[in-house]
Ligand binder design. Sequence first.
Ligand SMILES: NC(=O)C1=CN([C@@H]2O[C@H](COP(=O)(O)OP(=O)(O)OC[C@H]3O[C@@H](n4cnc5c(N)ncnc54)[C@H](OP(=O)(O)O)[C@@H]3O)[C@@H](O)[C@H]2O)C=CC1
Ligand SMILES: O=C(O)C1=N[C@H](C(=O)O)C[C@H](O)C1
Length: 278
Amino acid sequence: MTNQSTIPVIVNGAAGKMGREVIKVVAQAPDMILMGALDTSPEHQDKDAGELAGFSEPLEVPITNQLEPMLGYVAGERQLQPGVIVDFTHPDSVYDNVRSAIAYGIRPVVGTTGLSPEQLKNLADFAEKASTGCLIIPNFSIGMVLLQQAAVTASQYFDHVEIIELHHNQKADAPSGTAIQTAQLLAEMGKTFNPPQVEETEKLPGARGSLSDEGIRIHSVRLPGLIAHQEVIFGAAGQIYTLRHDTSDRSCYMPGVLLAIRKVNQLKSLVYGLEKIL
Ligand SMILES: NC(=O)C1=CN([C@@H]2O[C@H](COP(=O)(O)OP(=O)(O)OC[C@H]3O[C@@H](n4cnc5c(N)ncnc54)[C@H](OP(=O)(O)O)[C@@H]3O)[C@@H](O)[C@H]2O)C=CC1
Ligand SMILES: O=C(O)C1=N[C@H](C(=O)O)C[C@H](O)C1
């Protein structure tokens, strides 16, 4: 049953690991209606999004790869709230997806990682000019927000820190969007981390991980059996302080995704990070 406060939602990347989880929760949310399910994967075209997400009954929403017609269709719906598109696709396509959505007045909620700083800046400018809300959230889990807050607190007392992120080996981008954001949050404290102690030589390139713009090393592990994990390790004379977050199921991201869908229509510009809307 829909009414004027119902939010029409499109899921992009609907056949993927995250997309299927999003379909499940959006279809069950009383204030949302799943209006479209996009995915470029050829083997999933025309399949029912609900069946892919594991429902016993179809949702009567077929998977399609037609982004612009779908945006136009939802933009033309005048009896409901403005439309929202949730993007869990691929680092190569997310920038264009978000541009297109904003051009149609559809609000993006973006989980896809791998956007460059320049792309993020362009999208922020584009959303600002269009006065359209857009949420870019490198990590939708509350546990990661808490880890990042604890890391920011610890960084007042520790000068040495490195990040290890560990993910499944289907992940396209490295380092993870979460690790990059964590380094940025630490850098916002305004201090210089990891003053060099000795002149180092990497006998194998990459042995010391990647060096973020903030001077914090990020080490990326990719293995089957992992989902998504991150450690922030602080060191000082005689002590190590380790913060760690582990996911065991992608359902951990769904409360954050639902919150973002509900919040994005209240925004008029791009907002980056779950902590800004909690
Ligand atoms: N912010 C967060 O909290 C989280 C973010 N992520 C991020 O979300 C993204 C997706 O992750 P995940 O679900 O694991 O990945 P998957 O590969 O499982 O799913 C992505 C899906 O999107 C499809 N796809 C690729 N390109 C396009 C496109 N241009 N338009 C529509 N569909 C497309 C893929 O098809 P095909 O397989 O044929 O390429 C696939 O079905 C990644 O960037 C990941 O890092 C993941 C978990 C949490
Ligand atoms: O690809 C994933 O799985 C994840 N990607 C995001 C990232 O790059 O930080 C969020 C989470 O780590 C899971």
